[in-house]
Design a protein around this ligand. Structure first.
Ligand code: XIL
Length: 305
């Protein structure tokens, strides 16, 4: 078989691995499979605010620089992930309670990060998990606490100003599972579009536990956002089940439906079940086993491409 990236290239499709902690590149097998199979990567936690910018004005660039260099060496794209996250915000930010000062801190942070990687990172998850896990309102995260629901609009405007050429996504989980949450995200995003907020797309996490999204759901999501002029991407797919045949079926079915619906940007949340390298190792959610052998999920994905 050819690699995933060779198959994806024929369809002008990005096939990526997220959840890349740069220290994993020390493992030569990990680095080899990543470069062979994928044409895009994104960091796990290393771009989250407290990792990158733990104190005001102090940046730890090494980790992301290393990822960006690896991507350049292997002819891969890089997706920015975690510039705003629910977790992982530094004390210096959390100590700011004045909205104007908080927005100024966001602007300084976005400018520092987006300018450094200008031309190297051309698509971003700007806001991640804005909605409550099962829907029913917004997540009361650190940004919401100070700025209220308007933090989303602020983040997109600041991001567009910092890098006018980058593609900007809102990243959300479980909209494929909960119809109410699906509607809530649509209402939120269509409101942003109506208000002229600079957003380019919706990134579906697709952390799947046992049960595949119902057939047609991904297609409907793509159709509804296309009507707003927006793109839909898959940002963090994995399938948590120890039933390898079921897992393969779900990988294949989701990738097949996504491509038929017109999605051209698909990333998984890692690629090997190797214990130290996956966020929920017990469920063996990825396409390669602990020894980097391709699993059924890999072949099903490859076939769908
Ligand atoms: C996860 C990381 O994989 C873990 O290491 C960390 O402890 C928590 O965050 N959705 C996201 C990712 O957008 O940033 C999350 O990453 C997984 C769920």
């Amino acid at each position: 078989t050819t690699s995933l990236r060779e198959a994806a290239a024929k369809k002008d499709t990005l096939i990526g691995s997220g959840a890349i902690n740069p220290t994993y590149l020390d493992d030569p097998q990990f680095a080899a499979v990543l470069g062979e199979q994928f044409n895009s990567l994104s960091p796990e936690n290393e771009m989250k605010w407290s990792f990158l910018n733990p104190t005001e004005g102090h940046y730890n660039w090494d980790a992301i620089d290393r990822l960006v260099q690896f991507a350049e060496d292997n002819d891969m794209a890089v997706k920015g992930h975690g510039i705003i996250s629910g977790c992982c915000n530094p004390d210096y930010l959390l100590n700011i309670t004045d909205p104007t000062a908080f927005r100024a801190a966001m602007t300084a942070h976005f400018e520092a990060v987006m300018h450094r990687y200008d031309g190297k990172i051309d698509r971003w998850d700007v806001v991640t998990e804005a909605l409550a896990t099962q829907g029913g309102g917004m997540q009361a995260n650190d940004f919401y606490s100070v700025l209220g629901p308007g933090y989303i609009e602020d983040a997109f405007r600041i991001a567009r100003a910092a890098d006018p050429d980058a593609k900007l996504f809102i990243n959300e989980n479980l909209v494929e599972t909960y119809p109410g949450k699906r509607q809530e995200l649509y209402d939120l995003v269509s409101g942003l579009v109506r208000a002229g907020v600079p957003i380019d797309g919706v990134a579906l996490q697709l952390h799947i536990t046992q049960v595949a999204p119902a057939p047609g759901v991904i297609t409907n999501i793509v159709t509804s956002y296309k009507a707003l002029g927006l793109e839909v991407a898959i940002a963090e797919m994995d399938v948590h089940t120890l039933d390898a045949a079921l897992q393969a079926d779900i990988y294949g079915a989701v990738v097949d439906e996504a491509l038929k619906a017109g999605i051209t940007d698909i990333s998984f949340w890692g690629f090997t079940d190797k214990h130290a390298y996956t966020w929920l190792p017990g469920a063996k959610p990825l396409m390669f086993d602990e020894s980097y052998h391709a699993k059924g999920a890999f072949y099903a994905t490859h076939t769908a491409l």
